[in-house]
Design a binder for this molecule. Structure first.
Ligand code: CTP
Length: 395
């Protein structure tokens, strides 16, 4: 059975828009990522801020959005979705769909979609029963649009009859049965995961530093995958250019010492610790408070070791399940296994520097007590899912 993971939730103008807030919360709780798109009229009934807080993603309301790569949200958003659900759908919006109008973002998105469209009508009973709406309903069904509801009962206007939007729980059930789909697997539900990511930078003076080369992509992908799989994620990140997943608690740091402090401050009650950060092994013994001036003489900078964060966490009395990363340029599996033993951790992930650094894909090998488990070369997000599935099975 197909799993439904990404949904566009369209909201049009109607009093039932308040139920869309509860629906978004319910969908997110069930592990579905929800991208909310609202019409101008919907914004009169409920604010985009409310929907952003509940869905954990910025809400789209406008057709022309410069923040989207090609400036065409109507194409971009529908390509990522398993389905579009418009709830509530007003009589006007149903009419627009019938005619293929595309004069705002949501109607354009529906017209440009390559995924199923589901519509949950909500309107006054007279509007629902009107010949025009009934004609539109027939046409939408003919066009393959799935109609969820409406329900019958007391309406906001005080009248009783057909036209109420289905309740959020019923909408979710109808959505799954209409698409013959099931909820995504969430094997990390209830688990707390602390992840470190990115490089650390160690100051030499106010304008110079030593650092490790790391984009942070692997750690951020693991954070995103862990959230999709139901975990509560804390991300301790060195400097990167990446956007953190909306639902993660993020602590940003610069140096290895700051990263250590942030990890220790957040480690209590964590179930899993995944140390992906490329922590600098050394820091400058005494960074200069003023900019060091150029001279022709050789410059010696004394470096002292940074504490090993992973080894320290692994040695805690109530240590979480600890996972390390080993990026090596040679002797990959032997060096990685040596680190796993030295740091007393149950699992380490080995990858070759040449195949990892800054790339969008990765080729990982998991090493645990059972031996080596190579994962196929794939996107960092897919590799992250596979790694987390392995961890979930071990737990
Ligand atoms: N690590 C850490 N704290 C450090 C150094 C490393 O937590 N001060 C963690 C990394 O996040 C990674 C693992 O230890 O999960 C291995 O890091 P790596 O740099 O590959 O290993 P090192 O132990 O530093 O050994 P070397 O640099 O000699 O390869």
């Amino acid at each position: 059975m197909k799993k439904i993971k990404h949904l566009v939730l369209g909201i049009t103008g109607g009093i039932a828009a308040y139920k869309a807030a509860e629906l978004a919360r319910l969908l997110v709780k069930q592990g579905i990522s929800v991208q909310v798109v609202m019409t101008d009229a919907a914004c009169q009934f409920i604010t985009p801020i409310t929907m952003q807080a509940l869905s954990g993603r910025a809400v789209h309301t406008k057709m022309w959005d410069a923040s989207i790569a090609n400036g065409m949200p109507h194409i971009e958003l529908s390509r990522k979705a398993d389905a579009i659900l418009v709830a509530p759908a007003s009589a006007d919006f149903m009419a627009k769909l019938v005619h293929g109008n595309a004069d705002d973002l949501l109607s354009t998105l529906c017209l440009a979609r390559d995924c199923p469209l589901l519509v949950a009508p909500a309107m006054n009973k007279q509007m629902w029963e009107s010949p025009a709406t009934q004609r539109n309903l027939t046409q939408l069904l003919k066009d393959g649009v799935m109609i969820l509801g409406p329900d019958s009962g007391v309406q906001a206007c005080g009248e009783t009859g057909l036209g109420r939007m289905l309740e959020p729980e019923d909408l979710l059930a109808e959505l799954l049965s209409s698409l013959n789909a099931e909820l995504p697997a969430r094997p990390l539900t209830g688990k707390r995961i602390l992840i470190t990511a990115g490089p650390t930078i160690e100051k030499i003076d106010p304008v110079r530093a030593i650092t490790n080369l790391s984009s942070g992509k692997m750690g951020y992908s693991i954070a995103e995958a862990a959230i999709e799989m139901g975990a509560e994620v804390t991300l301790v990140s060195g400097p990167t250019n990446l956007k953190a997943p909306d639902l993660a608690k993020v602590v940003t740091v610069e140096s290895g010492a700051e990263m250590l402090n942030a990890v220790m401050a957040n480690i209590t009650n964590q179930d899993i610790f995944i140390s992906v950060a490329a922590v600098a092994d050394y820091r400058v013994a005494s960074p200069s408070t003023e900019k060091i001036k150029k001279s022709n003489a050789a410059l010696n900078i004394e470096l002292v070791p940074n504490e090993d964060i992973l080894a320290k966490v692994a040695a805690l009395p109530n240590t979480p399940f600890c996972v390390g990363f080993a990026a090596e340029s040679e002797n990959l599996l032997a060096y990685a296994e040596e680190k796993r033993k030295r740091k007393h951790i149950p699992l380490i992930v080995a990858n070759l520097v040449s195949e990892a650094l800054g790339r969008d894909e990765s080729t990982l090998t998991i090493l645990d007590d059972q031996g080596a488990h190579p994962l196929p070369k794939s996107s960092k997000l897919k590799s992250a899912h596979a790694l987390l599935m392995h961890i979930a099975n071990m737990l």
